[in-house]
Design a protein around this ligand. Structure first.
Ligand SMILES: *[C@@H]1O[C@H](CO)[C@@H](O)[C@H](O)[C@H]1NC(C)=O
Ligand SMILES: *[C@@H]1O[C@H](CO)[C@@H](O)[C@H](O)[C@H]1NC(C)=O
Ligand SMILES: *[C@@H]1O[C@H](CO)[C@@H](O)[C@H](O)[C@H]1NC(C)=O
Ligand SMILES: *[C@@H]1O[C@H](CO)[C@@H](O)[C@H](O)[C@H]1NC(C)=O
Length: 399
């Protein structure tokens, strides 16, 4: 193991730099364009096969010819990480974005990141510089030794802010769109710190905020935009037991098209219902034993209500689905032929544990700030002291 990074800091998350704001008009407006619903592109299954500009646009090696390295199709027999007899960029090890091996260069560098414009988790706005004075996000803040992305999202949602930013693995800042307008984007790979409360997630970087819209992983919402994305409650954390959430989708049009990008419910007791919001009639229901079919789903309803419930034992990664309004009321409710969408493969990470070191957070939001605890951060310092992390970073220099 000496030379390979923990194989699976892989669950979710982190990073993908969205063009700051101008280009995004809300990442929620263009979910159809995204090929990734996890921030770090762990779910990327697209076909880019060259490294990014900083990797000098080199061709990627085929994963079935990289047995000399830690990751190859042989190390992924079930295709869980999307490796195979191809040379497409992938992120099998929970790095900050998809990468690939390249033919060794004279500097001895044998892998490079791929910059994939279509790979950005809707709702994640990117990695931003936070010099601290003034803070890049001007709202309330706090720290937690159990910080996860959703702990921060929940905190900022409760405080009535639109944006939540995680930083340095344990700090959380809330802000609004106007903060973002003066935000300074940083390279996606700067946001590479593991969340203290979840080794599979990344929570910003040193002096770098990973910023999200608070609607990500919310338990309710009314959506009237022409298209959008709904994540399961608490996403990118797992959803918890006894959740009862409901979203209303009312895009313009007479019908709706849904596409599941990720679907992993614990069992048949955890269930997602699609109802016609007007009549209340049940259109479709999916659960852990009966996942949605691959491909887009067309529903003959102008306004849809999604209801998600989990039982007392329920917890799993959850789902991400995109929707858009269709003018055509004549939509066929059956999955379309020839779709290339496949439900994302559930990812499961090896256990990696790490903890804040002795020089860790000075102020704490309280160790109770756990997932689903609904607890609130204590009055945080205006700027946490960023020192003493002992958690490994998903840096891949050892790959
Ligand atoms: C990348 O893939 C395309 C097809 O998707 C192929 O035509 C091209 O040759 C590939 N490039 C490299 C460098 O392998
Ligand atoms: C969402 O819409 C429903 C009716 O469809 C309404 O009862 C509810 O108050 C709305 N919620 C919000 C937050 O706007
Ligand atoms: C879920 O919440 C709705 C209202 O928000 C309520 O009517 C319903 O009874 C709840 N279901 C369960 C199983 O708690
Ligand atoms: C992960 O943790 C579970 C229980 O916490 C344990 O059963 C399993 O063996 C662990 N896996 C690894 C790879 O350490």
């Amino acid at each position: 193991m000496g030379t390979r990074p923990p194989k699976a800091l892989l669950l979710l998350l982190l990073l993908r730099l969205l063009p700051p704001r101008g280009a995004s008009a809300g990442s929620l407006q263009s979910p159809g364009l995204s090929e990734c619903f996890q921030v770090n592109g762990a779910d990327y299954r697209g076909h880019q096969n060259r490294t990014g500009p900083r990797g000098a646009g080199r061709p990627c090696l085929y994963w079935d010819q990289t047995q000399q390295h830690s990751y190859s199709s042989a190390s992924d027999p079930q295709g869980r990480w999307g490796l195979g007899a191809h040379n497409f960029c992938r992120n099998p090890d929970g790095d900050v974005q998809p990468w690939c091996y390249v033919a060794e260069t004279e500097e001895g560098i044998y892998w490079r990141y791929c910059d994939i414009p279509t790979c950005h988790m809707p709702g994640y706005l990117g990695c931003f510089v936070d010099s601290g004075a003034p803070p890049a996000l001007s709202g309330p803040s706090g720290t937690s030794t159990k910080l996860t992305v959703q702990v921060c999202l929940r905190f900022c949602r409760m405080k009535g802010y639109q944006l939540a930013g995680v930083e340095a693995g344990y700090a959380c800042f809330c802000g609004s769109e106007s903060d973002l307008a003066r935000g300074r984007p940083a390279p996606a790979t700067d946001c590479d710190q593991i969340c203290f409360g979840h080794p599979g997630q990344l929570c910003g970087g040193d002096g770098r905020l990973g910023i999200y819209e608070v609607s990500v992983g919310s338990c309710q919402g009314n959506w009237t935009a022409p298209q959008g994305v709904i994540y399961s409650p608490d996403f990118p954390d797992e959803y918890g037991p006894d959740r009862n959430c409901s979203w209303v989708l009312a895009p313009p049009g007479a019908a709706l098209e849904l596409a599941f990008r990720l679907f992993e419910l614990a069992d048949s007791h955890d269930r997602l219902e699609l109802r016609d919001a007007t009549s209340g009639s049940l259109l479709r229901a999916f659960d852990g034993a009966r996942p949605p079919p691959p491909g887009p789903l067309r529903l003959r309803a102008a306004v849809l209500r999604l209801i998600f419930r989990s039982d007392a034992r329920g917890h799993a990664q959850g789902f991400a689905l995109t929707f858009q309004g269709l003018q055509d009321a004549d939509a066929d409710p059956a999955p379309l032929e020839g779709s290339t969408q496949t439900p994302a493969v559930p990812l499961d990470g090896a256990n990696v544990s790490c903890s804040p070191g002795p020089g860790g957070p000075e102020a704490s939001m309280g160790g109770e700030t756990g997932v689903g605890g609904g607890s609130e951060f204590g009055g945080g310092p205006s700027k946490p002291v960023l020192t003493g992390l002992v958690c490994p970073q998903p840096r891949s220099s050892r790959r």
